[in-house]
Structure formats: C-alpha cells, structure tokens
Ligand binder design. Structure first.
Ligand code: CO
Length: 134
C-alpha cells in the first residue's frame, strides 16, 4: 500500500545552523525557509536524489514542534512520510486494522499542498508516520 519515502522531517533548534550544515557540509540542495502558519512550523526543504529532508522549526504559540524540542533540545527525527495513491482507502484500511489516526481523522492539506494524515506513533513502532496522497 505505501509507496515512496516522500520525506524525513527533522525538528531543529536552529534553522539557520541546520540549513547551513546541510548546504555547506553535506552539500545538499537547500531551499529557503517557508512559513506554514496552518501547521505551526517553518520548514526548510532539502532535495536529495531519492527523497527530501524537511527541517522543522516552531512557528507561533501552539506549534506541534515546540514540545518535541523541549524533550529533544538538540533536535531529532520528528516523522517520516510515505506516499499513498488513495489516502482515504489507506486510512480506512489502517483504522480497520486498529491503527489510530491523529486529529479528526480527515486528511488535511500538508506542506506540499496535498492531503496528509498522521498515524499514532505507538501503533507504528514508536515512529510518527505521515501519509501523503500523491
Ligand atoms: Co511531513
């Protein structure tokens, strides 16, 4: 059911420093920061040949990243995103298997303008999983 790894999202305490590290030390193609007020994050997209990395930094008062950075002050992997062809079919299948979908259970429009859902990390070996319909 799941397809390509769309991205790995890493929460970082210093967006400029992390961007510079990926650009200058790792030699990756790093895009400018992009504010996503609906998601409470500022995102830097890093393009790799086979996937993307997204650096996440809190934006606004109720950012979902703020608590994560409190527990992980040096930053860390926040979630991984898999592509699916049909997000509603994927959701229904996963829910039927007992997996919990976060929030209302309805897809939201994610940072790439496509429908996304998040799955409870306790149901997926301790990893927050995002599904994105492509
Ligand atoms: Co994501």
């Amino acid at each position: 059911m799941i397809g390509r790894l769309n991205h790995v999202a890493i929460a970082v305490p210093d967006l400029a420093a992390a961007s510079a590290q990926y650009r200058d030390t790792l030699g990756a193609k790093v895009n400018p920061p992009q504010d996503e007020p609906d998601h409470g994050v500022t995102v830097v997209f890093i393009e790799l040949p086979n996937t993307k990395i997204e650096l996440l930094y809190p934006l606004g008062d109720n950012s979902p990243i703020a608590g994560f950075l409190e527990k992980n002050p040096a930053g860390g992997i926040h979630h991984i995103c898999y592509e699916v062809d049909d997000i509603l079919a994927a959701r229904d299948k996963l829910q039927a298997a007992g997996a919990r979908v976060l929030g209302s259970g309805e897809p939201r429009i994610g940072a790439h303008g496509k429908p996304v859902l998040f799955l409870h990390p306790k149901d997926f070996t301790g990893t927050l999983v995002e599904l994105e319909q492509v």
